[in-house]
Every structure is written in structure tokens, then in C-alpha cells.
Design a protein around this ligand. Sequence first.
Ligand code: B12
Length: 214
Amino acid sequence: MNVSDITEAIADLEDERALSLVEEALAAGLDPVDILQNGIVAGLREIGRRFDAEEYYLAELMMGGKLSQECIALVEPHMPAGSGAKSGVVILGAVQGDLHDIGYKLVSTQLKLAGYEVHEIGVNVAPMTFVQKAQELKADIIGLSAFLITTLPLCGEVVNYLRDMGIRDNHRVIIGGAEASHGASESMGCDGYAPNAVQSVILCDRLMGRAATA
Ligand code: B12
């Protein structure tokens, strides 16, 4: 079998087929990271494309989100673990107005596997809440997820609050999500951007001043 079969089943919202293909792929010993990235996440991207092209509507978008989460749950126990030593404290959430949580939850899992203490603070999180939580939990890194063109600017608000409060140097700020980019990170004064969960670990390791583990 090929991981692109999983992509197709997810994109076509074939629940049973998608789930059994994922199980089959795991049983056949295919790389779980490949199943996740090039199978499941690629399927969600295709759903997004169909939504954009008005071939799918919100109901399909929601079904696709739910189906992917079920597939991800099958793969996660098979993901390779990192060093295990405590690597730092990270808080993660989706910025205000944003309800997309599949992406940052994958980042969370990967960071935990790499030894980070991760606190997921949910979706639709106000900028000041990120700042307060970061202080409370003494977070080394604040991870902001933004999937919408309308929510991306909220990442800059978090940086502005940290600056205004004179605590910018206490926390690194990183961004990710469909609308985030290296350019956006730079223009909003963040400390970095990563396009996926594996790169997020590399980014955090770099910001924590240690060699990459992933
Ligand atoms: C599933 C989905 C939904 C689900 C979300 C379910 C959930 N529980 O998350 C639901 C149905 C709720 C939804 C709703 C909406 N959605 Co939507 N959605 C998607 C879809 C298809 C997939 C997103 C996803 O989860 N992908 C899977 C993840 C794993 O993929 P990924 O992005 O590669 O993830 C990696 C990176 O993003 C990164 N990462 C993520 N977070 C972070 C954080 C940090 C700190 C770091 C370092 C890295 C990082 O690591 C992740 C793991 O590898 C996208 C299409 C797309 N291309 O993204 C549209 C998409 C994001 N949605 C879109 C839209 C328009 C909407 C709605 C406005 C639709 C509507 N009319 O109501 C609403 C808005 C709701 C809201 N207020 O947030 C648009 C956004 C367009 C834009 N430019 O603004 C997209 C791009 C679809 C499209 N092509 O039009 N959506």
C-alpha cells in the first residue's frame, strides 16, 4: 500500500477506509511520520483545497477534522521518542478567534516526545492570556497557532504586550499554522516559525540553545 491511499480516503471522507488504511500502514511497518505528514495531513490539505474551491462546505471541513483526529490518535503511540531529558517549558494555543487545534496538538505531542514540558492552553486564547500563562508557568517558549488570515496579526499582539510589560526577554515567541510564515514571524518580531511538528522541535531546540534532536 501507499500513504497516498490514506490521503485519498481522508479527502473523500471515507471514514472506515481511512481508519483501516492507517492501521494497515502501521501493521506493514511504514514510517509513522510519513503516514502522518504525507498521508493524514496531506488529506486535510486536500480537504482545505476543495473547501476553497467550493467543492466542499463547512460540514465536510468539520467531518474531515474529526476523521483526521481519529487517524492521528492511531498513529501517535507509534511516533518516535526523542532524548527524554527535560528540554524546557512551552505553552501552546491557538490565538484569539482561531478554533483550529489539530495542528498545535501535533506540535504538542512531538515536543513532549522530545522531552519538553508542554502546556496546551486551548483555542481562541486572548493575547494577554498567553502572557499571563507564560509568566505563571515560567514558560521558556510561547507557541502561537494561527490558521486564518484574520487571526495571524494577533501573534504580534502577544509580542507587543511582552515588550510593553518589559518582559520580552523572558519568553521566546514562535508561530505556526496555515497562515503563519517566516516573513510573518519576522515582521511581527517573533523568534521563529516552523511549518510542522518535527520542525517545531528543531526550532525550540535551537531557541533553547541546544543542538537539534529531531
Ligand atoms: C480542519 C479545518 C477546519 C476545522 C478545524 C477542526 C480543528 N479541531 O482544528 C473547522 C471545521 C473547525 C474549521 C473551521 C474554519 N475554517 Co478551517 N480548515 C481546516 C483545514 C482543512 C485543515 C487544518 C488542519 O488542522 N490541518 C492539519 C494540520 C496538522 O496541518 P498543518 O497546518 O500542516 O499543521 C502543522 C503546522 O500548521 C504547524 N503548526 C500548527 N500550529 C503551530 C503552532 C506553532 C507554535 C508551531 C511552531 C507550528 C504549528 O505544525 C502542525 C503539525 O505538523 C484547513 C486547510 C489548510 N490548508 O490548513 C482549513 C482552513 C485553515 N480553514 C479555513 C477557513 C476559512 C475556516 C472557517 C472560517 C470556515 C467558515 N466559513 O466558518 C472556520 C473558522 C473557524 C475559526 N474561527 O477558527 C481556511 C483559512 C483561509 C484563510 N487564509 O484565512 C483554510 C485554509 C481552508 C481554505 N483553503 O479555505 N476549519
